[in-house]
Each structure stands twice: as structure tokens, then as C-alpha cells.
Ligand binder design. Sequence first.
Ligand code: ADP
Length: 524
Amino acid sequence: MTSSGWLRAEISDHEMTRTFAAIAPAAVLVAAVFYIDAFTTIESAIAVLYVVALLLAAPLLTRRGTVVFTVGCGALALVAYVIAHSDDVDVPSLLRLVVALPALTITSMLIQRTDLAHERLISANQALFESETRYRSIFEQSRVALWERDYSLVREFFHSLRSRGISDFRAYAAENPDIVVEAMSLIRTIDANGAARELLGLSPDEALPMSLYPYLSTETESILDMLDCVFCDRDRYEGKFRITSRDGTARDVLLSFPSDPSAFKRIAVGMFDITQRENTQRALRDAQAELATAARAATVGALSASLAHELNQPLGAIVVNAQTLLRWLDKNPPDLEAARHSAERMIRDGQRASDIILNARTILKPDKRILQDVRIDELVEETRAFMDHDLLRENVLLVTDVEKGLPTVNAVRIEIQQVLINLISNGIQALAGKAGGDRVIHIRLGQLVPDALSLTVRDTGEGISPAIMNRLFDPFFTTKPTGMGIGLSICRHLMEGIGGSLTATNHDLGGAVFEMTIPIRATQ
Ligand code: ADP
């Protein structure tokens, strides 16, 4: 490649020959004009013909080349004048020279200006071409499905509806459902990229469908939403659609387009494939629903387990009292007084069973729980009476140590009692392996801090092994072959429900100690 500062662009060697061949007529003309001007006596404005030579050469010259060519021609005109008129000053010839030189200069300037405009045009075209190429490559290579769509017809249609006084498109479409199909068929496809074709299952050389409506398996609501956006001239639309391709594959897409009224003829519509995201969300929703069902089942399960556990004691007592009652009646003569006592105990236990069921219901609806002022010392004595039979049967001594003058607490009576019965029952079970005289349960009630009472239940059993200390209150944790492992978890739940606590430790002298902290003012 040879670069010439005078000749246009960079040109190869054989092009150079062609260029010189092309410039030759101009050179010949220059030579001829010079010859006639300098060596003949033809009295005319022959030097003006340099302008013609300049015009001939200009398309092949750079701007610098044009300047040099112009200066050269001007110099030749001057030289020719000097040669022809060295002896005398010929005024008409001088005037012709004076006319020829500005003509040459003006022509050269006009050529320069045209040349500049031409160059600008070329670089603007180049920029346009590059931008178009860039746009095309973004459009084609994008993994987002892109469409060029013409919304002008549907806009015109909507204008005509508005001019007929229709202002609420949704209401109008509800009365005239066909309007949706009609409006959708007016949105035309101009172009689509590879990803968009893939979405519809079209091959690269297949014609694009004019309307996308047949591929939309979306509820009318979404379509109405989109049309309403165009109808109301909102500046952007974004909504979820479901596209079913030709082979029947359904994909969820997020459809988005700017609603620019000045460019309604060519709107770029993007479709983002959100199938995976939607599937994940659907799976998440299903999992949540399953979890909710499982949680409900677990609650019902826990509740029935708790009921079975809590009712076991009063029902057992009822059966035992009923048997005792029968024995008193079978006596001859029947011991009616003793039978009456047994019947009373049965009524008391039956009442307790009923209270347990009632309270179990309120556990599911905590706001229905009724707080009352409870005297815990009385409650301890009452509970001892409830447990009398079990204690007697298992040969367990219950020792109580109750501080005098304790305040009442604000609590749900049956709940505190339920916790106490559970702890005593566990204590009785923990003493099963012990010898007769060592089977003792200590209950202590006192006020260690101003705003709460402390109720401890200590047994003289084996105590709690450190390995299970952390899991004691876990639901369904049990070390007993027939245990359910929900007693302690429910007890802690109940205590925490009134702002109290339930903790477990081992006593220095052996055996387990469970401590209930009962706040004087319950927090619900
Ligand atoms: P369950 O009595 O049905 O096993 P709980 O929740 O009442 O259920 O008790 C859980 C576990 O805590 C028991 O299986 C036992 O291992 C332990 N535990 C409870 N009370 C005592 C106690 N007084 N002494 C020793 N271990 C106890």
C-alpha cells in the first residue's frame, strides 16, 4: 500500500497507476492551457480553463492535493503571463489573469467545501452503519427474546374507541369480549431475534407469525392488563405471560415494553424467560402448604398426645374410685357414707378431666385463656389430694414445705395444676426402682424474688443423667419404654406462656429438682 498526501485515500500500487491514468487528462489540459497561454498569441481568457482541469482532477485529489493543484495552476498562469508579456504590459491580458486567479481560488474553495460536506456525510453514514450493526448484533445475539412490534394499528383502534366516548377499556371489554381478540390481532410482528424464535419453536428461516395471540396461554386478565396499558397511554408495561410453543412446551415469561407514543410503529418488546423462577416459586408455595398441613397435623397430634397424657391420671382415678364405690355398695349392709365419698371423688376427677379438655381447646386459641388470681398454697394441697391415690399405690411420701403469707398469682389455674401433676407423676415414676423408705417427693413453695413465686418438686430418685439434660424439654423426648415424651415440653410451654419458666437440675443429695417460676402478674 502506498500512501499519498495528495491523492485521495490509501491506494495500492496498481490502483496508483489507474489513478495517474485518470488524472492524466487534467494534466494534459493544464499543459495545453499553459502552452497556449504562454507561447501563442491567442488573446482570450484561456487561463480560466485551469478551472476545468481543477474540476477534472478534484475527485482524485485530497484537500491538500487540491490546494497544491490550485497553487500550481495559478503559478503556471503567472509564468505564462510573464513569458508572453515580458516586454510589454498588456492591460487586457493582465485583467484576464486577474479574473482567472480568483476563479481558480473560488472553485478550489467550493471543491474543498463540497469535499468537507462529503466527508462528513460519509462518516455520519459510517457511524449509522456501525450503530445499526451493533444494534443488530445485540438484537440477534441476545438470549432475551426480543421482538419488534407495531402497535400503531391497535393505538388507532383505541383512539377510535375513545372518540366514541369509551374511557374504561376493562369495563368495555367485559361487555364486549371479542374486542380483546380484535385488539390483539392488530398488534403486528415486524422482526424477532433467535431467542424469540426459539421461544415459539420456530426455525431461523421460518416466517414469523403476524400475531402472538395464538401462542399466549395466559388468563385474559393479563392480556387485558397489557391492552389497558396501551389504551391508557401508560409509559411502560410489564407483566407475566405464559407462552406455549409449537411443540406444546409452556414457558413463563416476563413481558416488558416501553409505551412510547412517538415510536408506536416499532416497539421493542422483551420477553424474559422466568420459567425456572416460577417453578421454584410454585415448588416453594407447595412446600409451604405441605409444611402448614404438617404443622397442623403435628399440632393436632401433639394436642391429642397431650390430652391422652393428661387425661390418663383423672380417668384412672375415676376407674379406681368406681371400683371402690362398688365394693362399698357390695358390703352387707352397704357402707353408704364411704360410697358417697368415692362418688364425690369420681365427680371431682371427672370435673378435672373436663377442665383439661377445656384448657386444651384454649391452648389452640391462647387469647381465650382466662387468667385468675390463684393461691398456689391451696393449689398444692388440692393437687396432693388428686395425687393421693397414685402416691399411696406407689408407696411414695409427699412432703410439702409452704411459706406463709404468700401473695396470690395471676395465672390460669388448671395450667399450673397440670404442670404440678406432671412433675409429681414424673417424680413417682423416677422412684419406681427405690426401696420403700427412700421414696420421697418434696414440694417447696416460696418467694425468692419480689415478682415471682418459686415452686420446686424434688424427688429422691436417680436424678437426670447429664447426657440427656439438654433434651429433657424437647417434644417427644423420652427414656421410658411406654413414655410419650411430651409432658415436660408442654409444661415448659405453659409456664413460658404466662411469663414464667420451668428448669431442671440434679439435687446435691441425689434426685431431680424441677423448679417452676410463677410470675405474680402473668404476661400473656
Ligand atoms: P415422659 O414422662 O413421657 O417420658 P416427659 O416429657 O415428662 O415425658 O419426660 C421426659 C424425660 O425426662 C423422661 O423420659 C425422663 O427421662 C426424664 N425425666 C422427667 N422427669 C424426671 C425425673 N423426675 N427424674 C429423672 N428423669 C426425669
